[in-house]
Every structure is written in C-alpha cells, then in structure tokens.
Write a protein that binds this ligand. Structure first.
Ligand code: ZN
Length: 162
C-alpha cells in the first residue's frame, strides 16, 4: 500500500532590486533577486516541501524556521539534502520529480540543462528522473510584472526493495 507516495511543493519569493537571484542552485544574471531569509531558491524550497509532503513530515518552515539565524543566507541545497536524508531513512527513493518554474524574466532556457544536473545530483538520481519546465506569467499579476518568482514541484517516491 505504501509502495509509492506522491508529494507536492509550492514556493514563491518576492523579487527586489539589487538582490541575488538563485534558481536551482544557479546564480542568474538579473537586476532583481529574491527577498528571503536563506538564498531564496524557490526550486530547492519547493522540492524540499514536495519530498517532505510525500513522506508526510511537516514542511520546510517547520524544519528550518526563517527566524533562526542559523539559516540566514543559507545555501538552500542543505534543505534538499535533509529531505533526501529523511527519504532514505524512511526507506524511499525518488521515482521522478516534475518541476515548473514560473518567472517573467530572465529566460530560463539557457540554464535548464545545468539546473537539471544540479537537481539530479542533489537527489542522487539520473537526469531522466527530473523534468524541468519554465513558464512566464503572461505579464499579469505579481509574477508577470517581475515582482515575484514561483515554483511547483511534484515528486513520486517509491519504497526501496531491500
Ligand atoms: Zn522559499
């Protein structure tokens, strides 16, 4: 019955002038960046929440409170690493991850291959298990006006046989 479990993660950060924009572990060239306690990587945050959600274990905000100085400016890969550690401990491995990044600017297409590599590396799986899509928000609402970036992640995790 628990052979496979699904999880969904969503994250959004405000974009402000002069801050650094980190997406899936990559520093993107842009005049705006994420206002966040950590490095504000929406992909790593949504991925962490998707895995924790599949495991039925709280969420990123409970594990890594944003009022804890320990996580100030943190490289968000540590959050994914903790989720992956918990997944292994619970006896699961990643089946696949489907990721949608929503951002008006800059264009993600030149960076997608490297982002997928970063994500697959963190998850310890082949590139064929990670799908990454970039979408704009058609110039409407906060994301479309370049004032925010968001990400949805769906993961399937499967019980390891041994
Ligand atoms: Zn976040």
């Amino acid at each position: 019955m628990n052979a496979c479990r699904i999880g969904h993660g969503f994250d959004l950060h405000r974009l402000e002038k002069g801050l650094t924009l980190v997406v899936a572990g990559l520093n993107l060239e842009h005049d705006h960046g994420c206002a966040a306690h950590s490095d504000g990587d929406v992909v790593y945050h949504a991925l962490t929440d998707a895995i924790l959600g599949a495991l039925g274990q709280d969420d990123i905000g409970q594990l890594f409170p944003d009022n804890d100085p320990k996580w100030k400016g943190a490289d968000s890969r540590v959050f994914v690493e903790e989720a992956v550690r918990r997944m292994g401990k619970a006896g699961y491995t990643l089946g696949n991850a489907d990721i949608t990044i929503i951002l008006q600017r800059p264009k993600l297409s030149p960076h997608k291959a490297k982002m997928k590599e970063n994500i697959a590396g963190l998850l310890g799986v082949g590139l064929d298990r990670v799908n990454l899509k970039g979408k704009t928000h058609e110039h409407v609402d906060a994301i479309g006006e370049g004032r925010a970036i968001a990400c949805h992640v769906v993961v399937l995790i499967c019980k390891t046989t041994d």
